[in-house]
Ligand binder design. Structure first.
Ligand code: HEC
Ligand code: HEC
Ligand code: HEC
Ligand code: HEC
Ligand code: HEC
Length: 475
């Protein structure tokens, strides 16, 4: 082969390299332009057609700017069902929980929950269901509205611009009075866009004063909160300002905090402002300690109601989803409520959060499978196995509590005095608080399976200890 021949081949390769490089460069820049355009699309996925501000509680107005989110939000009006989630019953009204589990009704005797206590359903119904519950046949306080309507403008009006001051007036108002005010001022909407988003830039934010005060108390305590790192960071700082979720929390934490505004244990009556019991921590016994440490106006230890049969001073638990989630492996791994209950949907280049908040079991593909690369049927089977075990333990603990009540009635019939029964009634308070805590939590144990089992185990144990106390009296 001649030198020139080699050269010719070398030149051919050289030209080919130039052509390939040029093509690649063109390809890359086309790709870059495309990525840039997509990024613009994703970063700026809406055109503001109408202005929204802090007083725009009507979601339909926001829907003009953000139609995709609004469309899925509206679907919360559709009925959903899973084995333990959504609701049974007719389309008109969810099923009565207290008829399904007779022990539930008996443990609430002496309280409005024994009159009417139903399955929850979608967000679209929250105000209507509250207005219609037969629990309203007993006087209820204005505090109820905190989690059932888009109430912030009303709080600000009552507090001359200060929402916390406004909220602190509402417990003394009757439910009907505050409800009328919310309607008259045009804010009778269920949880709305403005409750979770800033109208200026759509950033997630929390609005509910009871949540903000509760989180401040939690931050100021020494309770470990490994699943909320921003609290640990605040504690190590100067503490010149109180912990403020809207300033201190990470974006990931906000994806759970927006739900924690309502899906929590609380106290709500005309006696004192709506309170989230987090001053000693977020665990079940931290809340128990917080309530046990409170005294009422008459100096007596705090309780929600006296049990109609036994006379025990009972603590009523309400849907502690945020608290139980906090004790589970998902929270610990940084998995937020919104990851499972508002998963992303692809929409062209942009990702849209599904605002049809519902059971993730109706949506395993988008709710679980982005992280768990196993089949849908296997995931559903794992959840069902957790829920079945929790359900079985719940029933056992319910039976144990009924046996305690029977034993107390029996001892009373045979002449046992209140003084003699006191230890058994204290054990009823502890057993019932634990049972109700898991019965009222809406995931049937899924949010923290081991923690739920621990609590139910303690419940059954306290109920049986109480039963033994009464039997000792009869010896
Ligand atoms: C890892 C996923 C996951 C996370 C994170 C999670 N949940 Fe759930 N949640 C579930 C599952 C699974 C159920 C059971 C649904 C069923 O039984 O149909 C459930 C049930 C519920 C229910 C009852 C649903 C119904 O249809 O009746 C509510 C309410 C709820 N969760 C709220 C929350 C809140 C609030 C948070 C955050 C504090 C949270 N969840 C975090 C998976 C999750
Ligand atoms: C801290 C927030 C909060 C407050 C305060 C609150 N609720 Fe609710 N409520 C919820 C959540 C969350 C659900 C859905 C979960 C569930 O049903 O367990 C719910 C469900 C309900 C339901 C439907 C299911 C059922 O229980 O029959 C009714 C009715 C209701 N609430 C009435 C009231 C009344 C009356 C008050 C005042 C005494 C009140 N709520 C105060 C958060 C709250
Ligand atoms: C302003 C209070 C409030 C906020 C904020 C809120 N919820 Fe709810 N949620 C409720 C109430 C009240 C109900 C029950 C409505 C009813 O039964 O009429 C409910 C019902 C639900 C249900 C049951 C739906 C069904 O179809 O059965 C789920 C799941 C749920 N919420 C999850 C969440 C998640 C996740 C978040 C945060 C992204 C959240 N909620 C934020 C008050 C709230
Ligand atoms: C209970 C709280 C809650 C309510 C009510 C709510 N959102 Fe959201 N929204 C979220 C969460 C959580 C995200 C995810 C944001 C993130 O991770 O940064 C989100 C995301 C968004 C985004 C950003 C893009 C996306 O889809 O992720 C838009 C836009 C939006 N919501 C619009 C609305 C509109 C419009 C309404 C009323 C019709 C509304 N939201 C009501 C919680 C809520
Ligand atoms: C954002 C990621 C993410 C999502 C979404 C998610 N998980 Fe998980 N899940 C995890 C991580 C992380 C663990 C911890 C185990 C580990 O580290 O491997 C876990 C653990 C579990 C476990 C075993 C632990 C336990 O609680 O007993 C089950 C079961 C589970 N997930 C089911 C689900 C289901 C069902 C869904 C959807 C409703 C879901 N996960 C959604 C990340 C996720």
């Amino acid at each position: 082969m001649s030198k020139t021949g080699k050269k010719a081949i070398g030149g051919g390769i050289f030209i080919a390299v130039i052509i390939v490089t040029a093509l690649a460069a063109a390809g890359i820049s086309a790709l870059l332009v495309n990525i840039f355009e997509r990024k613009m699309e994703a970063g700026n996925p809406y055109v503001r057609l109408v202005e929204v501000d802090e007083d725009t509680t009507d979601p339909a107005v926001w829907g003009k700017n953000w139609p995709k989110q609004y469309d899925s939000y509206k679907r919360t009006a559709l009925a959903t069902r899973t084995r333990f989630g959504g609701h049974g019953g007719s389309e008109a009204l969810p099923e009565e929980k207290i008829e399904r589990d007779p022990w539930l009704k008996r443990m609430f005797l002496g309280y409005a929950f024994s009159i009417d206590y139903r399955d929850r359903r979608g967000h679209a119904y929250m105000l209507q269901d509250q207005e219609q519950t037969d629990r309203q046949t007993k006087p209820q306080s204005g505090s109820c509205m905190h989690c059932h309507a888009s109430i912030m403008p009303v709080y600000r009006a009552l507090g001359d611009g200060d929402a916390l001051a406004g909220m602190n007036k509402t417990h003394a108002m009757s439910y009907q009075e505050l409800n009328k005010m919310v309607h008259d001022m045009g804010h009778a909407h269920p949880v709305s866009c403005v409750d979770c988003h800033s109208p200026d830039d759509m950033q997630l934010r929390v609005t509910r004063p009871a949540f903000i005060v509760g989180m401040q108390r939690l931050a100021e305590s020494t309770a470990p909160v490994p699943a909320i790192p921003s609290i640990e960071i605040w504690r190590q700082g100067s503490r010149s300002q109180p912990y403020d979720p809207n300033v201190d929390a990470t974006r990931g934490e906000m994806r759970s905090f927006v739900c924690g505004q309502c899906h929590v244990e609380y106290y709500c009556s005309s006696k004192f402002p709506l309170t989230f019991p987090w001053g000693d921590g977020l665990k079940m016994e931290d809340a128990e300690k917080f309530w046990d440490g409170l005294t009422m106006d008459d100096g007596h230890r705090f309780y929600d109601y006296k049990h109609k049969e036994s006379g025990a001073e009972i603590l009523k638990a309400q849907h502690p989803e945020f608290e139980l989630w906090n004790q589970g492996i998902h929270a610990r791994s940084g998995v937020a409520c919104a990851d499972c209950h508002m998963p992303y949907q692809r929409d062209g280049a942009s990702k849209v959060s599904d605002h049809w908040v519902r059971s993730p079991l109706l949506n395993v593909n988008r709710s679980c499978q982005p992280c768990h690369h196993i089949s849908e049927s296997e995931l559903l089977a794992r959840v069902d196995s957790i829920q079945q075990k929790n359900f079985d333990l719940l029933q056992r603990a319910g039976v144990a509590l009924m046996d305690l009540l029977d034993a107390v009635n029996d001892a009373k019939e045979r002449g046992a005095t209140d003084e003699q029964l006191r230890p058994a009634l204290e054990l009823q308070r502890k057993a019932q608080w634990r049972l109700d805590y898991i019965a009222a939590e809406n995931s049937m144990g899924f949010h923290a399976p081991q923690e739920a089992a621990r609590i139910l185990g303690e419940s059954a144990d306290y109920a049986r200890q109480g039963q033994i106390e009464t039997m000792k009296l009869l010896r």
